[in-house]
Design a protein. Structure first.
Length: 65
């Protein structure tokens, strides 16, 4: 599943404050089309999303305040 990270990142939802998450249904569809078990993918997607959100937050510039 690690090789499928780039297509999943392209399914990100972006708001005024930056990335707000990923489109879970689109990501699940992509993973199933790539041959992954839908039940396992559905279990792992929330954790994958959390990891992506943490990585994006780590790369974000620090706010002055």
């Amino acid at each position: 599943m690690a090789s499928d990270a780039a297509p999943l990142l392209r399914q990100s939802r972006v708001g005024f404050s930056g990335m707000t998450g990923i489109d879970m249904s689109a990501c699940l569809h992509l993973l199933v089309q790539r041959g992954h078990d839908p039940e396992i993918a559905a279990l792992l997607l929330p954790f994958w999303e959390e990891g992506l959100m943490m990585a994006v937050a780590d790369k974000a510039p620090a706010e002055d305040g």
